[in-house]
Design a protein around this ligand. Structure first.
Ligand code: HEM
Length: 266
């Protein structure tokens, strides 16, 4: 068992605090649906919005923290960027709470265009909600790019993607965790860039009166949302692949290291 690095340890309380609160919101919604708390029905959709965005967000950052932790075994991500991502996440969550609890924002985790402009919530709560997603998206994009930068400093892209294996070469050995991280981080960049474009279009309509194409807005929203939640699930894979080592050792670690010897498999 190897200790997690300090950066990773800072993310653990974020997940352990937010997850139970979000579960309570889920239980609250079920209670409203079951008629136990029917007097709080007006809070159902704000709670659903916070629960949906929160659950997806919390597991996304958890998956990023896992990837970052694994990568520190092989490459050197920037601790400053990790802190930036943590504070960006905290600020994004605070903005989300303001929009939902004070503004009663209730467009749901899909916030499907043009619903954000049509609800009963005040216009400012829509601005704060979209600002929250902008801050979260920008912080996670910078974090993702930094992890890719760290990988690129040690492994050229073709190696990090394992293309030399396809060409029939077995050297250099690339740790499976690096390969999976690279693929998932590149997909993450695509998803987060799509989110940034989406936010720009929302703000363009809000402040410059530019009318948006509903189909484009829907596609950007789904591409961003579905990709990040899928990535959160796929990133559960690198830890098992890393503990599945062969007698050839753990590629990427110095030979002779006590961690690189012997057969240990999940
Ligand atoms: C463990 C306890 C959980 C409970 C009791 C719960 C309950 C609920 C309920 C009642 C809804 C509203 C469904 C409706 O439209 O009627 C909902 C929506 C949702 N839940 Fe959960 N949930 C839980 C866990 C999770 C987890 C672990 C995730 C993701 C990792 C998640 C993600 C979502 C999403 C994305 C929505 C849709 C929100 C929207 O449409 O805006 N939930 N949940």
């Amino acid at each position: 068992m190897q200790a997690a690095n300090r950066q990773t340890l800072r993310w653990i309380p974020v997940v352990f605090v937010l997850f139970p609160i979000l579960i309570l919101l889920g239980a609250f919604m079920r209670s409203v649906q079951g008629g136990v708390l029917s007097n709080l029905e007006a809070w159902f959709y704000p709670a659903m919005t916070l629960h949906g965005v929160g659950m997806v967000g919390v597991w996304y950052v958890a998956s990023m923290a896992i990837v970052a932790d694994l990568l520190t075994r092989y490459v050197q991500p920037s601790p400053a960027v990790s802190s930036f991502a943590l504070w960006g996440t905290v600020i994004g969550v605070v903005l989300l709470l303001v929009s939902v609890f004070i503004g009663r924002y209730a467009a749901g985790w899909y916030f499907l265009y043009p619903l954000p402009f049509k609800g009963e919530w005040p216009a400012w709560s829509n601005v704060v909600f979209l600002l929250s997603l902008t801050v979260l998206g920008a912080a996670w994009l910078v974090w993702t790019l930094d992890l890719l930068r760290a990988i690129a400093r040690r492994y050229p892209l073709a190696q990090a993607l394992g293309w030399h294996y396809i060409a029939g070469r077995s050297e250099p050995a690339v740790p499976p965790a690096v390969l999976i991280a690279t693929v998932s981080l590149i997909s993450g960049v695509a998803a987060l860039v799509s989110a940034v474009i989406l936010m720009v279009l929302f703000f363009a309509e809000m402040f410059a009166g530019v009318a948006n194409d509903p189909l484009l807005m829907k596609n950007l929203t789904f591409f961003f949302g579905h990709t990040i939640i899928n990535l959160a699930m796929y990133r559960a894979w690198p830890p098992p692949t890393r503990s599945c080592r062969t007698t050839r050792g753990d590629p990427g670690r110095p030979t002779g290291s006590s961690r690189s010897r012997g057969m240990r498999c999940c």
